[in-house]
Design a protein around this ligand. Structure first.
Ligand code: NAP
Ligand code: COA
Length: 274
């Protein structure tokens, strides 16, 4: 049995891989000499990421611009990746949208937008990739969030969507397990400097309060999440499937805690001042 994580010349697809955590994941696979494809809505972000992946040592790097809410566009994009890279060894599905908003104050379309990106986007990506997954051997990692199992005021849309993502992970680990496809979710903690972190902790004061609550005493880095994705997708994890794994410095053992209520308080205070 190998004790190495070896991705040389393997085909890795990272959806939503052009910024933040997901880009960190794509870059980590590139540094391992893999063939890496990324996708997101912005062609500019795709081009910038593809150039960075080549610089970091990817055996091949390519990208496509599409919106995960459009199943036909997702299917066409994945078919293009398959034509260039062959069948997929690894699929990372991480495109997401988030904004703090109280249910009584967000439109139905606002709620639907996040469900369409996070949950339906995951469905479109997984179904679109299915014909091209290496069988046996493929690893899928869905990028989830603590909102999947912890309630946060101002996050009903994200909580609903990400809970759905994790249940798809668990269900498809059974449906696709017989074909040798593994499906797991990774739950990042508070990953410093990212768009998600900026939206949920918009002031330095809130950021400091979050930091003070992390048992391991530091914020997460994109590399922390990337390392778990590498492990889950490697030959070291061939018996790991159907798992939802936190990479969070143990912070969510404390529950939704301060942030769970604080965001609601912040939004209610903004309502009063308007
Ligand atoms: P980010 O930098 O905003 O990354 C989101 C990525 O998804 C970008 O590449 C974005 O690129 C793409 N995207 C967004 N909407 C899309 C759509 N409709 N179709 C296709 N691509 C789309 O955010 P992040 O904070 O790093 O978060 C990355 C993942 O980690 C998300 O799944 C998030 O829920 C999860 N997470 C983050 C944290 C955190 O602390 N940041 C904590 C827990 C979980 P375009 O704009 O070009 O489309
Ligand atoms: N509060 C309340 N509602 C909001 C909102 C906010 N802060 N931001 C957007 N909405 C609503 C809009 O008003 C709209 O509803 P309406 O049609 O009833 O007015 C709906 O959400 C869709 O907004 P729109 O701007 O058209 O969506 P989009 O498809 O252009 O962008 C978002 C999607 C809103 C999720 C955008 O924030 C985005 O692209 N996010 C990606 C990056 C990200 O969120 N990263 C963090 C990941 S954890």
């Amino acid at each position: 049995m190998t004790r190495e994580m070896e991705f040389r010349d393997r085909s890795i697809i990272v959806i939503g891989g052009t910024s933040g955590i997901n880009r960190g994941i794509a870059e980590a696979f590139a540094e391992s000499g893999a063939k890496v494809a990324v996708a997101s809505r912005s062609q500019e972000k795709v081009d910038d990421t593809v150039a960075a992946l080549k610089d970091r040592g990817a055996a091949k790097a390519l990208g496509a611009a599409f919106d995960v809410r459009n199943p036909e566009a997702v299917a066409a994009g994945l078919a293009g990746f398959n034509a260039e890279l062959g069948d997929f060894d690894v699929l990372i599905s991480g495109a997401a949208g988030n904004f703090p908003a109280l249910m009584s104050e967000m439109s139905v379309n606002a709620f639907r937008t996040v469900v369409e990106i996070d949950l339906m986007g995951t469905v479109h990506v997984m179904k679109g990739a299915y014909p091209y997954l290496k069988k046996p051997g493929a690893s899928i990692v869905n990028i989830s969030a603590p909102q999947a199992y912890l309630p946060y005021e101002g996050q009903a849309h994200v909580c609903a969507a990400k809970a759905g993502v994790d249940q798809i992970t668990r269900t498809l680990s059974m449906e696709w397990g017989g074909e040798g496809v593994r499906v797991n979710s990774v739950v990042p903690g508070f990953i410093d400097g990212t768009e998600g972190a900026k939206r949920l902790a918009p002031t330095e004061e809130i950021r400091q309060q979050v930091l003070d609550s992390v048992p391991l005493g530091r914020m997460g880095l994109p590399d922390d999440v990337a390392n778990m994705c590498l492990f889950l997708s490697s030959d070291l994890a061939t018996y790991v499937s159907g798992c939802v794994i936190n990479v969070d410095g143990a912070v969510y053992q404390r529950g939704s805690g301060y942030l769970g209520q604080q965001m609601g308080d912040m939004l209610r205070a903004m309502r009063k001042s308007n």
